[in-house]
Design a protein around this ligand. Structure first.
Ligand SMILES: Nc1ncnc2c1ncn2[C@@H]1O[C@H](COP(=O)(O)OP(=O)(O)OP(=O)(O)O)[C@@H](O)[C@H]1O
Ligand SMILES: [Mg+2]
Length: 242
């Protein structure tokens, strides 16, 4: 297995304010990596730099062996991104929406039916997006990110605001994608979700990676043997004094 995501000294400042401080991250191919941190810790900023949307102010990002920004085109070909919030084209049907992005990305149009089925939207193919529930929109966003058969899928809080069934649907889909070999990089505030899905977890706080490892390794690091991810998270991020 090789490291499919590597950052060295990755940093970002907005104006004069440093929000990401020299992040060194490694994710191996095939991993289901959970990226946690309190609000404002820098998760979205980091994901935007990893997916080539936002330029770092320091350090490097290498995706599937391709260094950003010089090899951005090759790097972007390896990845799919489901952003924190996305614009939908309300007047399009699900099929038209995916066809539009397939064209834009140069993906095969034949994948559209397959992706609608995989995301449980086959029967909504001809429905207008304006009639979609929040959960359906989330799943359509994932279908869009999968158009180019990415080897790495980045998701920024994909289950936020979904009911339990909606969360479960997305979790099942992500598990299947990971079983099929897709490396997953997931940011989420739902710690039960992260515990049950992720093989390795990184915790970022105030722009710094403060812990990284399997749940067992995080338990050891935080001196909370047998502790839940919530206990560990709160202790490491100073959310509790216990
Ligand atoms: N465009 C911007 N201009 C200036 N500061 C920004 C910008 N985007 C984010 N920030 C700041 O960068 C820091 C990290 O924000 P970011 O959105 O990456 O956090 P996050 O971990 O994704 O938080 P959340 O859990 O709330 O989504 C915050 O202090 C935020 O205010
Ligand atoms: Mg965010």
């Amino acid at each position: 297995m090789h490291d499919i995501i590597v950052t060295t000294g990755l940093s970002k400042a907005y104006d004069q304010k440093q929000v990401i401080h020299s992040l060194n991250l490694r994710v191996e191919e095939g991993e289901f990596f959970g990226f946690l941190g309190p609000n404002g810790a820098g998760k979205t900023t980091t994901i935007r730099m990893l997916t080539g949307i936002l330029a770092p102010t320091g350090g490097t990002v290498t995706i599937d062996g391709h260094r950003l920004p010089d090899e951005r085109e090759e790097a972007v070909r390896s990845l799919g991104a489901v952003p924190e919030s996305r614009g939908f084209y309300e007047w399009m049907t699900a099929e038209e929406y995916l066809a539009f992005f397939a064209e834009l990305y140069g993906a095969e149009r034949m994948r559209i039916d397959e992706l609608l089925a995989a995301t449980g939207l086959a029967d909504r193919k001809h429905a207008l997006i304006s009639t979609f529930s929040f959960g359906m929109r989330q799943r359509l966003g994932i279908a869009r990110a999968l158009l180019n058969r990415p080897r790495i899928l980045f998701l920024d809080e994909p289950t936020i605001g979904l009911d339990p069934q909606g969360q479960e649907d997305i979790q099942r889909l992500l598990r299947k994608l990971n079983r099929d070999g897709v490396t997953i990089f997931l940011s989420s505030h739902l710690l039960n979700e992260v515990s049950s899905l992720c093989t390795r977890i990184g915790i970022i706080d105030k722009g710094r990676l403060i812990a990284e490892g399997t749940l067992a390794e995080l338990q050891t690091k935080s001196k909370m043997k047998g502790g839940s991810l919530t206990d560990i998270f709160l202790r490491l991020t100073g959310g509790t004094k216990s």
